[in-house]
Design a protein around this ligand. Structure first.
Ligand SMILES: NC(=O)c1ccc[n+]([C@@H]2O[C@H](COP(=O)([O-])OP(=O)(O)OC[C@H]3O[C@@H](n4cnc5c(N)ncnc54)[C@H](O)[C@@H]3O)[C@@H](O)[C@H]2O)c1
Ligand SMILES: O=C(O)[C@H]1O[C@H](OP(=O)(O)OP(=O)(O)OC[C@H]2O[C@@H](n3ccc(=O)[nH]c3=O)[C@H](O)[C@@H]2O)[C@H](O)[C@@H](O)[C@@H]1O
Length: 343
């Protein structure tokens, strides 16, 4: 079952062979893994997990637009770890076996800040990473997004759904950018035989999210700890499904090391309205806080919930951490960073 989509995709050429050292009897090199965007939220948790395996060497390439060295501080100076300041819109010439391509601002306020740069990151950045994969015969995984489904007309969203995306809206630099990135991945796979993996990630949360990056879970937790009203954007009935970051990292590694190209949805199917999320944060963190309705931004998807049947079947993956278990773990991290001790 696992190998089917690789077979169905008509790749015309096998990928280039890796260095002869790979099969040498006398030299068993480590698996060299590049993580673009590895200084960010999900990327830095992925680094932690991959570094647990002593056979892995991890290289992070990041331009620090939304990520930071702080997220990786425990690995700086480690002999199996390397950090490069690099913008993926420029080519990168290194030798690697695996590429996790995460580089891209993910929070709507950051990706809308410089939309032309966001689309360049998605299109030119992905082309550069695919060029690298082609040159060295590496397998490459793209972190795509549930935003490729746009404001979905099918609920929950299976991978077979083509989406309902505004091509000229303020979110298009991200949504359409990721859609082109997926297209590029499949074109390189069919035309050049590159081994690809595509994860469609649904809203992920956890420690190390930027405190003021504007995403809903980080906003609500920071607001609750600062004693500010929780800002629910209207109408508040819009839904999201929130996946804890350790579950996400587990899903990404299974996808990379499995046989299926994807795309595969990776997310937690537990679905909440934004009012329900605000009420949960209020109950768990600060029951005296006010919930305030504020204006929304254009094209906000009204509902989102992953159909994870394929992830269950092909990767044997499903999330383990419930929202009520994950929120306190994130609260702990935010308390430390905001210097708000628990009473
Ligand atoms: N967190 C989510 O809910 C979510 C959902 C769907 C998809 N994703 C995808 O997962 C990936 C990681 O998201 P995240 O939540 O960790 O976001 P993040 O903003 O914390 O991390 C993105 C990282 O990419 C780096 N970056 C941005 N542009 C770059 C460029 N041009 N060159 C090099 N580095 C660059 C940033 O500095 C940052 O370290 C992104 O590709 C995002 O689209 C995330
Ligand atoms: O999972 C995904 O595929 C995408 O999800 C998010 O995009 P979005 O769902 O819009 O994320 P948020 O900015 O966290 O917004 C979620 C919902 O919360 C609402 N919101 C946001 C912030 C806030 O303070 N209050 C509030 O009610 C928004 O209106 C929206 O309906 C991510 O930020 C994208 O990177 C990611 O690709």
């Amino acid at each position: 079952m696992a190998a089917t989509s690789e077979k169905q995709s008509n790749s015309s050429k096998p990928p280039p062979t890796p260095s002869p050292l790979r099969s040498s009897k006398f030299c068993q090199p480590n698996m060299r893994i590049l993580i673009s965007g590895g200084a960010g939220f999900i990327g830095s948790h992925l680094v932690d997990k991959l570094m647990e395996n002593e056979k892995n060497e991890v290289i992070v390439a990041d331009n620090y637009f939304t990520g930071s060295k702080e997220n990786l501080k425990k690995w700086i100076g480690h002999p199996r770890f390397e950090l490069i300041r690099h913008d993926v819109t420029e080519p990168l010439l290194i030798e690697v076996d695996r590429i996790y391509h995460l580089a891209c601002p993910a929070s709507p306020i950051f990706y809308k800040h410089n939309p032309v740069k966001t689309i360049k990151t998605n299109v030119i950045g992905t082309l550069n990473m695919l060029g690298l994969a082609k040159r060295v015969g590496a397998r490459i995984l793209l972190t795509s997004t549930s935003e490729v489904y746009g404001d979905p007309l099918i609920h929950p969203q299976p991978e077979s759904y083509w989406g309902n995306v505004n091509p000229i809206g303020v979110r298009s630099c991200y949504d359409e950018g990721k859609r082109v990135a997926e297209t590029l991945m499949f074109d390189y796979h069919r035309q050049h035989g590159i081994e690809i993996r595509i994860a469609r990630i649904f809203n992920t949360y956890g420690p190390r999210m930027n405190i003021d990056d504007g995403r809903v879970v980080s906003n609500f937790i920071a607001q609750a700890l600062r004693g500010e009203p929780l800002t629910v954007q209207k109408p508040g009935t819009q839904t999201r499904s929130f996946c804890y970051v350790s579950d996400m990292v587990d899903g990404l590694i299974r996808l990379m090391e499995g046989d299926d190209t994807g795309p595969i949805n990776i997310g937690n199917p537990g679905e909440f309205t934004m009012v329900e999320l605000a009420e949960t944060v209020k109950e768990l963190i600060n029951p005296s806080i006010e919930i305030k309705m504020v204006e929304n931004t254009p094209d906000d998807p009204r509902q989102r919930k992953p159909d994870i049947s394929k992830a269950k079947e092909v990767l044997g993956w499903e999330p383990k951490v419930k929202l009520r278990e994950g929120l306190p773990l994130m609260e702990e991290d935010f308390r430390l960073r905001l210097n708000v001790p628990k009473n």
